[in-house]
Write a protein that binds this ligand. Structure first.
Ligand SMILES: [Zn+2]
Length: 398
């Protein structure tokens, strides 16, 4: 609740900074209907609007952008219980546009349209949400299940850190981070490729340099469900050893180590999260709000993934940190893709680096990462994925 309050405060100041013209369309109210096959959400408007919608997955969200519209009503009175909508968030962005985010409990089919004034009703934006629930699918005849379900692969983008002119950390005997992490990433990719229901892309498959910005772009281009950056760094304290998992933080870093690592990884190749959303020319506060809105859910997913992966690594190597650390890593700033950065160990530690260069340990780490990813997606499969379909089949048979 505290976060929400803070967001409202930011939104209020954003609205103050950009007064809307008197002609802006007001979103006055929202109403909800349920029928057997769909949920209808209606926004009452003071005039016509232009709008667009798009979906984000893992977790599922529907985003509605209304141009030249501002919010005068509030949605808190809507009874969302037992609907596919978990919560509704909203905020201003651009010059008087409004973004509404529906947090969904699963994938939906959307039908949306505008209605002109009629029968005492004003302008309306109507959204019909049809849930694609396991229940509906399992009650369908078996022959139609195959056709109805996309059974898509879960796309994991694996990012071996550094490369080319950037060796990363270098060990006492000349062990190079860029080589170690490439081997581990390639082994992880190989393992993922063997597993039905997963598809994998490597950010680099050889020893070349990839700028941070490019790494995030690759994840977005492939519509990644998950981005995992693999590292093996140096610490000023040579006794520091073991694996850690990091994800992006909304605020400050959770520890001094997280802060130090973030500074180090970001290096000279700094990437602002804002540049990904083309918000460079916008007020930084507004840009922050939009990012916040799309990132809240993704960070929660990243944290969950991170702790699952950390749990798997615990059996393979010592842990430097027993919980997922959060910091402002540039390479993780892909707001729509849950992302983690794994420090597989410390090249600067003699024992760690000796193990990290062996094929046997590299394979063990890759297997641990795979197991963590697999466990996470077994628990949180995207609704239209093969893994989700597989689970529906099992439930149907049970
Ligand atoms: Zn690194």
């Amino acid at each position: 609740m505290h976060r929400r309050h803070l967001l409202n405060l930011v939104l209020a100041s954003a609205a103050f900074a950009l007064p809307f013209s008197a002609s802006a369309t007001q979103i006055r109210n929202a109403r909800l209907w349920r029928s057997d096959d769909k949920l209808r959400l209606v926004f009452d408007l003071s005039g016509p609007v232009q709008y667009k919608t798009f979906s984000l997955s893992a977790p599922e969200r529907l985003i509605i952008d209304l141009n030249g519209a501002s919010l005068s009503g509030d949605f808190s009175q809507l009874a969302l219980g037992n609907t596919v909508i978990r919560s509704i968030r909203s905020g201003h962005f651009g010059h008087g546009d409004t973004r509404i985010v529906l947090d969904l409990s699963g994938p939906i089919q959307l039908d949306s349209f505008l209605l002109p004034p009629q029968d005492g009703q004003g302008h309306r934006l109507v959204l019909d949400l049809k849930t694609v629930t396991p229940l509906q699918i399992t009650t369908a005849p078996a022959s139609t299940i195959d056709k109805a379900h996309p059974k898509r692969d879960i796309i994991v983008v694996v990012d071996p850190g550094h490369g080319g002119k950037d060796p990363g950390a270098v060990g006492a005997k000349g062990e190079r981070e860029k080589d170690v992490v490439l081997s581990i990433a390639q082994l992880l990719a190989k393992r993922l490729k063997r597993e039905k229901g997963f598809d994998v892309k490597l950010v680099r498959n050889d020893d070349f340099f990839v700028p941070l910005r490019k790494r995030v772009e690759i994840a977005r281009k492939h519509n990644a469900d998950m981005f995992i950056s693999v590292h093996a760094d140096a610490a000023p304290r040579l006794t520091a050893s073991g694996a850690s998992v990091y994800c992006l933080s909304e605020g400050g870093a959770t520890s001094a180590t997280a802060r130090f690592m973030a500074q180090r990884e970001n290096g000279a190749d700094l990437l602002g999260a804002t540049s990904m959303l083309n918000l460079k020319d916008k007020d930084p506060m507004l840009a922050g709000v939009i990012l916040d809105m799309s990132m809240n859910a993704t960070i929660a997913a990243s944290l969950q993934l991170g702790s699952t992966v950390l749990g798997s690594l615990a059996g393979i190597t010592t842990l430097h940190q027993k919980r997922v650390e959060q910091a402002g890593f540039a390479v993780l700033k892909s707001p729509d893709v849950p992302s983690i950065l794994v420090e597989t160990g410390f090249i600067s530690n003699v024992r760690d680096s000796q193990r990290l260069v062996t094929a046997r340990h590299q394979q063990a780490v890759a297997d641990g990462l795979f197991e963590g990813l697999q466990r996470y997606f077994q628990k949180n499969p995207p609704g239209n994925s093969y893994i989700a379909w597989q689970q529906e089949q099992k439930k149907a048979q049970a």
